[in-house]
Design a protein around this ligand. Structure first.
Ligand SMILES: O=C(O)CCC(=O)C(=O)O
Ligand SMILES: [Fe+2]
Length: 326
């Protein structure tokens, strides 16, 4: 039954999705329908007795093979630049960002959060959103200076955890037990995304992370067997992949044996805050409109308005010049 649904979704998008192995995420009116149907993420109580995050869980010398956005067909004038830097990193990996002990603790935390996973239809079928709000371990990990520095060096730009909060840390769960958990062909709303693999190919069959080595607007022409569709190098437990998520189409095929769990962390470059690629409807299609409005305002107000920025940081209401005149 699930297969039928996938095929129908793929055909309905009218973008060649039916000719790919996996459906493509909805756009336009279909995405609006997803936004109306999506349920807000669950907010269970924090995990008691979870392992404690430690700064030494960040591995040393976090480097790996890198591909440039120009190799995906993006022109120099389309890339953000400033502060003596061109924001041109497309993909880096596989890299090891956590030590084996750090990985062990993160796995334990993610196993315990699985009961909070919600199912969804927009892109990823079974996932926990806002995981840093449920786990002090994950919250401390993504706010650890060493972790952020390692991720920033991979991306080539300074990064902080994404202020949208709900999508900042997502845990994806894939099981072979009669389910058909997948990640549809999509690009992320987020620009800077790190995916951590908590399993290896020895633990599961299927579950292949593919990406399209071309521009997002060229994906419409992609067909099954297209040489631009490549398998991402993430078959080892602990492998991490940095992706310029908003500019690269990618997907994960169904797991046919075993279990696959990934942690997806989204970042924000405060120096390129105005260029953040997220759109309201991409977020709302995952979390629903009511849950998206507050986080959207938290992202957009500070960029538009310095007074709002400082007020939010002070946890204060904003007093404006107009208020003085009333
Ligand atoms: O689970 C994965 O390997 C990738 C997931 C992904 O692309 C996403 O959650 O946006
Ligand atoms: Fe993604």
């Amino acid at each position: 039954m699930t297969t039928t649904r996938h095929r129908r979704d793929g055909a309905r998008d009218g973008a060649g999705g039916g000719l790919l192995d996996l459906p493509r995420m909805a756009t336009g009116f279909d995405r609006f329908v997803h936004a109306l149907r999506a349920r807000p993420p669950r907010r269970p109580a924090a995990l008691p007795g979870e392992p404690c995050w430690r700064g030494e869980f960040v591995a040393r010398d976090v480097t790996g093979p890198r591909v440039d956005l120009r190799e995906f067909g993006y022109a120099a004038h389309e890339l953000n630049r400033g502060y003596g830097t061109v924001d041109d990193t497309a993909l880096v990996g596989p890299v090891r960002i956590l030590t084996p002990e750090g990985l062990e603790c993160l796995t334990e935390v993610c196993d315990r959060l699985e009961s909070s996973a919600g199912s969804a239809r927009f892109i990823t079928t079974r996932r926990v959103r806002g995981a840093d709000g449920m786990s002090a371990f994950i919250s401390n990990m993504i706010r650890d200076r060493g972790f952020l520095l390692a991720c920033s060096r991979l991306a080539g730009v300074p990064l902080i955890p994404h202020p949208l909060r709900i999508p900042t840390v997502q845990i994806n769960y894939f099981e072979a037990d009669g389910r058909s958990d997948i990640v549809k062909w999509h690009h992320d709303g987020m620009d800077y995304v790190l995916t951590l693999q908590l399993n290896s190919y020895a633990d599961y069959d299927g579950g292949r992370f593919s990406y399209f080595q071309g521009r997002v607007d060229e994906f419409t022409g992609a067909r099954k067997g297209d040489p631009r569709i490549k398998e991402a190098p993430c078959g080892e437990r602990g492998a991490a992949l940095f992706l310029h998520g908003s500019r690269i189409f990618h997907s994960v095929s169904p797991v046919t044996r075993g279990r696959r769990v990934t942690v997806v962390v989204s970042f924000f470059c405060p120096y390129f805050a105005r260029q953040d690629s997220n759109t309201f409807w991409h977020l709302a299609a995952d979390d629903g409109i009511p849950a998206t409005v507050p986080s959207w305002l938290r992202l957009k107000w500070p960029v538009r308005d310095a007074a709002m920025n400082f007020a939010l940081r002070a946890g204060s209401p904003v007093i404006t010049w107009e208020d003085l005149r009333d």
